[in-house]
Write a protein that binds this ligand. Structure first.
Ligand SMILES: Nc1ncnc2c1ncn2[C@@H]1O[C@H](COP(=O)(O)OP(=O)(O)OP(=O)(O)O)[C@@H](O)[C@H]1O
Ligand SMILES: [Mg+2]
Length: 465
């Protein structure tokens, strides 16, 4: 409900204004002086202040001046004496939102106040969106400090207020659903429903009636008429998760719903108008799906109005410390848990095929398995990928190296070559795992490339025999 503080030393005037404003559906409170107005404003929030200019003690202009300091976002409307051009000019110059000459008609006041409320609402909307991205690198529940995530935050902010379709792509566990929720809950539709549906989890026939609803008797078991998610999400957001797994038939129906902004319940003859924002997500490569004829090109273009791609976690290691911190707090159950430098270093170097979800699981498990406040390296699991690729292989290599009596230098080159293989030649990743900078890696890597073949071949051969 909109709220207003009326400031006037004249009691009859105050009471008249308050009852008039309340009748117009505005929550109105009154103050008899600038001083008590300032106190009321310190205690509570009012959207707009309506004040008389001429008052004993501090006058309306002084009140306005102080309010500009402490509540710059609150529009102040001043009531001026009829014909007093001077005070009207002074009011505007001092930063009043507007002025109302006395005596006034009810409708005049309401028109001016309506504009003041609208102004305030717009301003706080913008402020809220800006404040939502705070300096610590989070946006709602979304954590991210990397340039890539910050770009995503900016994009969310821009799209939150409109109703264009959004297509979120990214590997499993990168936070697609979280991004979808953030778009909804920071946007103008946040008071309306956010309804997610996983398109893989439900058989196609059921999915259709789930989405579009059905009329009574549409199929066996349809004993009552049921509204679908498109209708239930009206005014809000429908989140179509794993859209890449939706069958072609249903894709066509979704396309029609998006184009015509109306749907037809299963078994129904009447179309129903719908107003929903669609946010879709997939971890499939939809271009590949289109080339294979499994995804409709026209639907893709309809959905992909605003594409948001979340890069895998291994490509944005800057986000790992903040995520770790966030998950420590989320799963710490009120206890303050920390992580050792060495353990964090290790987390920074892991490949995170399951992205943030895997990181969250690792932290949750470590917290559950240990009582000490600080999580150490021994509390972290050996990731699947590594035990297979490095564990077994390096044992054999190490044994071979010992048999061949390799020098430390030769072993180093061998190890660099192995790590490069593990990360498919990605030097940035290799340098991170090896704990050396990229220049050093290039230098040593080149030598390793020259000599490595020989020694890798030799050791591998000896590991076999
Ligand atoms: N940037 C992030 N900040 C905070 N938490 C995150 C972030 N990214 C992911 N998470 C957390 O990781 C988990 C997985 O996220 P989410 O379910 O959104 O991923 P997804 O991309 O939808 O995965 P899938 O493709 O498997 O459905 C959730 O618990 C989520 O809160
Ligand atoms: Mg998901």
């Amino acid at each position: 409900m909109r709220s207003i503080l009326v400031v006037d030393d004249d009691v009859a005037m105050r009471e008249m204004m308050v009852s008039m404003l309340e009748a117009a559906g505005i929550r109105a409170a009154a103050a008899a002086s600038a001083q008590s107005a300032l106190e009321a404003l310190r205690d509570g929030e009012f959207d707009v202040v309506l004040s008389d200019i001429r008052m004993p003690g501090k006058d309306g202009l002084e009140l306005l001046g102080e309010l500009r300091e402490i509540r710059p976002e609150t529009p102040v409307v001043l009531m001026t004496a009829f014909g007093s051009i001077d005070s009207a000019v002074a009011a505007m110059r001092a930063g009043a939102f507007d002025y109302i000459p006395k005596p006034f008609k009810r409708d005049e006041v309401l028109v001016v106040l309506e504009r003041a409320f609208e102004h305030r609402e717009l301003a706080s909307e913008n402020k809220r969106l800006r404040a939502a991205v705070d300096q610590t690198g989070s946006f709602g529940d979304l954590i991210g400090r990397s340039p890539a995530m910050r770009e995503i935050f900016a994009l969310i902010r821009r799209v939150a207020e409109n109703r264009s379709s959004v297509l979120i792509t990214g590997e499993s566990g990168t936070g697609k659903e979280l991004v979808a929720r953030t778009i909804h809950f920071v946007g103008s539709r946040r008071d309306q429903p956010f309804l997610p549906i996983n398109c893989t989890a439900i058989p196609e026939g059921l999915l259709e009636s789930e989405l579009f609803g059905h009329v009574r008797g549409a199929f066996t078991g349809a004993v009552t008429t049921k509204r679908g998610l498109f209708e239930k999400a009206s005014g809000g957001t429908l989140f179509l998760d794993e859209i890449g797994d939706m069958g072609l038939g249903l894709q066509g129906k979704i396309l029609r719903a998006l184009q015509d902004r109306e749907i037809r319940p299963v078994g129904g003859t009447q179309s129903v108008k719908v107003d929903v924002r669609i946010v879709a997500a997939t971890n499939k490569d939809l271009r590949e799906e289109m080339d294979a004829g499994r995804f409709r090109r026209d639907l893709f273009y309809r959905l992909n109005v605003i594409p948001i791609h979340i890069p895998p976690l291994r490509e944005r290691p800057d986000d790992i410390p903040a995520l770790v911190d966030f998950f420590l707090r989320r799963h710490g159950r009120g206890e303050r848990r920390t992580i050792s430098r060495a353990a964090l270093d290790r987390l920074l170097r892991l490949p995170w095929e399951g992205n943030a979800r895997e990181l969250e699981n690792v932290i949750e498990r470590a917290i559950a398995l240990t009582d000490v406040p600080e999580i150490g390296i021994e509390d972290l699991p050996v990731p699947r990928g590594e035990s297979a690729a490095v564990g077994v292989g390096s044992d054999a290599l190490l044994r071979g190296a010992v048999q061949r009596r390799l020098s430390l230098h030769e072993l180093e080159e061998l190890y660099i070559a192995e790590i490069l293989k593990l990360v498919s030649g990605n030097k940035v990743q290799a340098a991170r795992i090896l704990g050396i900078n990229r220049r050093t890696l290039y230098r040593r890597g080149e030598r390793a490339a020259l000599q490595g073949k020989r020694s890798v071949g030799a050791v591998a051969a000896s590991a076999i025999d």
